[in-house]
Write a protein that binds this ligand. Structure first.
Ligand code: AMP
Length: 279
């Protein structure tokens, strides 16, 4: 497995593989890899001739400086994990390589980027779209793999691909969880030990909320979920919304749509966790 820092060198590899008629599967990441990321790599390996992963902590998608500084970086462990999981190439550009000059493009996502996460992380999805579109241009993948854990991101990337008429196919991948249900996340490394013990409650509460949806109104289920998670010491819910998963609009009745999903963001101490469950 080659680890490549420069756009020109990885570009040469991509051309080489394309000339040989090889299909390319791509997994963009910010590193601090865990089994969630690795599940994407394995799926990409199964469905393509060549798998490329990128590791780049994209500064322009962070709306909070401290969050960017604290973001875990574990490059040498990441490279070992990628090698073991069958990845063929890793792209690890520097900030200067990706942004030799500021990229001030603004994408229009017809408000998909201002709901849910977008309300609390202004500019986040524009930063994600800029980096992902640059990586697609450099790596020219046939398929790119994104986790359903970042549900809104997945929808935004699908929308970007449609709007820009890109030829890459976006493949959604199931959320991988720890034994207690906590969605795997690079940020879990930053949790205080007692918060980590309690963090499984987020998913367990979502499961309970889904059960309650058979007998209770949306307002009641939301109330239950928020109260339950806020009652955990150190935890506070930023939002919990039950939405139409096709347009991210809140629904008010269970019958409003078949495509329902509950999305949550909660702080465990200073660490912000997100999760979701289809209802
Ligand atoms: P990140 O490194 O957090 O930017 O994530 C890179 C990719 O891995 C994104 O498409 C995420 O949605 C996906 N991902 C992160 N955590 C998980 C997980 N627990 N299960 C599945 N995919 C995940």
């Amino acid at each position: 497995m080659d680890v490549i820092k420069h756009i020109l060198s990885i570009g040469d590899k991509v051309i080489h593989f394309k000339n040989l008629g090889k299909s390319i599967g791509f997994v963009p990441t910010m590193g601090a890899l865990h089994n969630g990321h690795i599940s994407l790599i394995k799926r990409a390996k199964f469905e393509n001739d060549i798998v490329i992963a990128s590791i780049f902590v994209n500064p322009i998608q962070f709306n909070n400086k401290e969050d960017l500084q604290k973001y875990p970086r574990t490059l040498s462990e990441d490279v070992c994990l990628l090698q073991e999981s069958g990845c063929d190439l890793v792209f690890t550009p520097t900030e200067n390589e990706m942004y030799p000059s500021p990229d001030n493009r603004t994408f229009n996502f017809d408000s998909l980027d201002t709901l849910l996460e977008g309300k609390f992380r202004p500019g986040h999805f524009n930063g994600v779209a800029i980096i992902v579109s640059k990586l697609f241009e450099i790596l020219k993948p046939d398929k790119a793999y994104f986790g359903e854990k970042d549900f809104q991101q997945l929808l935004i990337i699908k929308t970007m691909v449609k709007k820009m008429n890109l030829s890459v196919e976006i493949i959604p991948c199931t959320t991988i969880r720890e034994a207690d249900g906590l969605a795997m996340s690079s940020r879990n490394l930053l949790l205080a030990s007692e918060d980590r013990v309690n963090a499984g409650m987020i998913y367990q509460t979502l499961i309970k909320a889904k059960e309650l949806s058979k007998t209770q109104t949306i307002a009641e289920v939301k109330g239950f979920t928020i109260k339950k998670i806020n009652s955990i010491p150190n935890f506070s819910v930023e939002y919990f919304e039950i939405i139409n998963s096709l347009n991210l609009r809140e629904i008010t009745n269970w019958e409003d749509t078949e495509d329902k999903i509950g999305c949550i963001a909660a702080y465990a101490g200073k660490i912000r966790l997100i999760d979701n469950l289809k209802f």
